[in-house]
Design a protein around this ligand. Structure first.
Ligand SMILES: NC(=O)c1ccc[n+]([C@@H]2O[C@H](COP(=O)([O-])OP(=O)(O)OC[C@H]3O[C@@H](n4cnc5c(N)ncnc54)[C@H](OP(=O)(O)O)[C@@H]3O)[C@@H](O)[C@H]2O)c1
Length: 312
């Protein structure tokens, strides 16, 4: 047993675990509780545990003494973060750090969820000029406060707790939260046409699928940084058109460019995370984003033709 550690029981392959999920009221947090339902799982919402409060984090983690902490808490309002970098840093950088330090006290493993916003700029290329996704080994280059604070949170965890899994994901959508899918559905019902950017490309990720992938990673004992997103890539425009079509809504979706939107924070134009490292390491690839979208619309009761769920 390492000196200074309460226990040494990091989660190993297939081990049943006592789990603490932070940010349990968020769209990912809710589905994590389901994914870990066969374990001994405790969720803490923002109201129950503020991850930016170091003393509260120590109390919660030492009180529960989990084998595994999964941090789904974050301030995800990208434009809000731009206007309040101090708060963004406290939640997105210090929060994971306090959790990592508390995990060290009880010998727990930490999963913390991060984002493709740690990258920016044009896509990297293969030697033949084909664009490729960002890998775990590409240098981070965030272009907004949200991405900067998430990258800082990653680095603080790496420096603090070897037994960590940093899970970068992108374009997250779940049934219990506000996201691109619910925003498009809402707008499509109140407007005669929608305008959606066609120059932002990424990989939509179902919180159901991501939660299963996070549990697989946590019990694998494979520590480090991992990219875990839905398979396939799509522009925001194509994603919006797929949402509208699958929901059976009759509304035109017109392309615009990101430059036409006035938003406080810059968005990555290329939000594609490469899956090679995870797949080569034996982790199960996530289902295609469209499959996740069909299941999400079904869960929301918004799928126009339920037969399409088996055809996807
Ligand atoms: N959404 C995306 O497209 C996306 C893309 C890539 C990565 N991610 C990452 O995925 C993870 C989950 O995101 P999500 O989509 O599930 O976001 P979400 O629905 O906004 O959930 C985040 C949760 O964290 C809570 N929270 C905020 N500040 C907190 C604090 N100081 N202490 C404890 N909880 C706090 C929020 O509670 P309140 O709402 O009550 O404040 C909310 O319940 C995050 O790490 C995020 O950075 C998200």
């Amino acid at each position: 047993m390492d000196v200074g550690r309460g226990r040494d029981r990091h989660v190993g392959r297939g081990a049943p675990v006592r789990v603490l999920v932070t940010g349990a009221g968020g769209q990912l947090g809710c589905d994590l509780l389901d994914a870990f339902a066969d374990d001994e799982v405790t969720g803490r919402t923002h109201a129950e545990l503020d991850v930016a409060d170091e003393a509260a984090v120590v109390d919660a983690v030492t009180g529960l003494a989990p084998d595994l902490v999964v941090n789904a808490a974050a301030w995800t309002d990208v434009d809000g973060c731009e206007g309040d970098p101090l708060r963004a840093h406290a939640v997105n950088a210090l929060g994971p750090w306090w959790l990592a330090r508390a995990c060290r006290l009880v010998g727990a493993t930490l999963v913390t969820v991060s984002t493709e916003h740690v990258f920016s700029g044009p896509p990297p290329h293969e030697s033949d000029g084909t664009p490729r996704g960002w890998t775990e080994f590409d240098p981070v280059a965030p272009a907004n406060v949200y991405g900067r604070t998430k990258a800082a949170g990653e680095e603080l965890v790496r420096r603090t707790l070897p037994e960590h899994h940093i899970v970068r994901t992108s374009w997250v959508t779940g049934a219990r939260g506000r996201n691109f899918v619910t925003a498009i559905l809402g707008a499509a019902r109140t407007r005669d046409h929608l305008e959606v950017v066609d120059d932002e490309v990424g990989a939509p990720t179902s919180t159901r699928d991501l939660s299963v992938a996070i549990r697989e990673l946590a019990v694998s004992g494979r520590f480090g940084t991992w990219h875990r997103t839905g398979a396939g890539t799509v522009s925001r425009l194509e994603q919006a058109r797929a949402i509208v079509a699958l929901a059976g809504l009759d509304v035109e979706v017109r392309p615009i460019s990101a430059a036409e939107l006035t938003r406080p924070a810059a968005r990555p134009s290329w939000s594609v995370l490469d899956a090679t490292h995870a797949t080569a390491a034996g982790l199960t690839p996530l289902p295609h984003w469209r499959d996740g979208l069909v299941r999400l619309l079904e869960e929301l009761g918004e799928l126009a033709d339920p037969a399409s769920s088996s055809a996807s």
